[in-house]
Design a protein around this ligand. Structure first.
Ligand SMILES: *Cc1c(COP(=O)(O)O)cnc(C)c1O
Length: 468
């Protein structure tokens, strides 16, 4: 929402981005499509069919915390094996045809290991998604994937836009790396990414990785698909994960949303080092802390929390609910009012806008009387009078004071105070503001005239404004 407000701010001159009426709805994914059929049967059995009706309500999912750990693990393993069989079936013939060396292909196919921690990364290869990040330090990656005790595998897939040469270059690079002897069968690239490959991936791997350049990830919906399949997210806090991670920070892993470096190459190096270190120190040890039954109990808790506390917030149902509550209902009510009596209200507003627009350039500010800056102190009241020739617009004009607080070198909108009309002489109106300064700090402020009409849906609907 914040990024969008900033993106569109330039359209409405005279307004700060924080005043923008631009809203947002976080994407969600269609659970009947993206939850594996095995999980859907599992949810029906353990949570009841109500979970599909009430999928955006976390209460409907609470039953997941009562499910036996073993049942969750068996489910995960079944889908992991299904994914591995899919790769063997769909890709072996293709690789044999394309890659020349049959023994290398057989090695890849044989090495896919259900007991390894399998990490998936698949999406459009737009460069901002930084698919290359993991390959910043190949020696370190070599040690991670070739640890005999704790095997780790990475599966990549994705397509680049036909006109995106840089994105195509990334795919080429990943394929080259996947053919290096130390990475054969450890870094695997699946060609021809589509919804079928996507579904097997987001249901079959253990971790879903996303490493976009902040703050360019609009959503990253594939991570939401992973949640409803017990696949844990490890991602930069950007897009949907910026919100998702906050519902439970013990249900996945994150890379901070803060940029340390303005130089992107430096930032990439830091992010890569953080990924390696989190894998080595946190994620891999957690996954392999297996009990006598062959699974890590704490890993299962992560899965339960991600299904119970995060998944419900990223379903299509929640998204539709948000659209209705934030936009459609309001628009419908307003539309009804505007069209009633042969569009009476719409005609009124249109006529008013014409009237204001015609007189606007004739508005004159005669005087601004205010306290000397040295007298403006916390705890005191001070009065500002602004005298305006309204050119016939009279009470159709509003005057306001806009106050920004300086925080860490940034101007943050602090408050907006409306002036009152205290005197009227023909077209000349005196507007007055009695201000109480309560906060300490460094502020910047200004005054602004605007067309005032309670019937407007928001200020940018008729964005005339004059700063004094
Ligand atoms: C879900 C999906 C996407 C979008 O994924 P992002 O994480 O938003 O990049 C792209 N392609 C396919 C085939 C998908 O299923």
């Amino acid at each position: 929402g914040e990024v969008s407000k900033k993106m569109f701010a330039g359209i409405w001159k005279g307004y700060n981005w924080q005043e923008s009426h631009v809203g947002y709805v976080t994407n969600g994914v269609h659970m009947p499509t993206w939850a594996a059929s095995e999980w859907k049967a599992f949810y029906t059995e353990h949570l009841g069919a109500q979970v599909f009706e009430n999928q955006s309500d976390p209460e409907a999912w609470k039953g997941i915390f009562k499910v036996k750990d073993e049942d969750i693990w068996n489910m995960r393993m079944a889908l992991k094996n299904k994914f591995i069989n899919f790769v063997r079936r769909e890709f072996k013939a293709r690789w044999l045809a394309n890659q020349g060396d049959p023994s290398a292909v057989m090695e890849i196919v044989d090495k896919i290991n259900p007991n390894a921690l399998i990490i998936g990364f698949a999406r459009r290869f737009a460069t901002y998604k930084r698919a290359h990040l993991l390959f910043t330090d190949l020696d370190r990656l070599d040690k991670i994937v070739n640890n005999e005790k704790f095997p780790v595998q990475f599966i990549y897939s994705g397509k680049a836009h036909p006109a995106d040469g840089a994105g195509q270059g990334l795919i080429k690079r990943i394929k080259e790396i996947s053919k290096m002897p130390q990475f054969l069968g450890k870094i695997i690239f699946l060609e021809d990414y589509n919804m079928i490959v996507a579904k097997r991936l987001v249901t079959g791997v253990d971790i879903w990785l996303n490493t976009p350049t902040r703050p360019l990830e609009a959503s990253g919906t594939s991570g939401e698909k992973a949640e409803m399949n017990g696949v844990l997210n490890f991602s930069v806090l950007d897009g949907w994960w910026y919100e998702g991670y906050r519902f439970n920070e013990k249900a996945g892993w994150s890379l901070t949303d803060k940029r340390t470096f303005t130089d992107q190459a430096q930032q990439d190096k830091l992010d890569a080092a953080t990924i390696y270190s989190m894998l080595e120190n946190e994620i891999i040890p957690l996954y392999f802390a297996k009990n006598s039954k062959g699974y890590s109990p704490e890993w299962i808790q992560y899965i339960k929390r991600s299904i119970g506390d995060i998944a419900p917030h990223f379903t299509m149902k929640r998204m539709i609910d948000d659209y209705i509550a934030r936009f459609y209902d309001k628009e419908a009510a307003r539309s009804k009012r505007l069209v009633a009596d042969d569009f009476a209200k719409a005609r009124d507003i249109a006529a008013w806008k014409q009237h204001v627009a015609a007189a606007w350039d004739g508005i004159k500010v005669f005087d601004v009387k205010r306290a000397e800056a040295s007298n403006v102190v916390t705890g005191s009241t001070f009065v500002t009078d602004i005298i305006v020739d309204t050119n016939g617009l009279g009470h159709d004009l509003g005057v306001e004071q806009v106050v920004y607080r300086l925080e860490n070198g940034e101007e943050v909108l602090s408050r907006i105070d409306e002036f009152e009309v205290v005197k009227e002489e023909g077209n000349v109106l005196t507007y007055e503001l009695k201000d109480n300064i309560k906060d300490a700090g460094v502020f910047r402020f200004g005054y602004r005239i605007y067309p005032k009409n309670a019937e407007l849906p928001h200020r940018q609907d008729f964005a005339f404004t004059r700063w004094i």
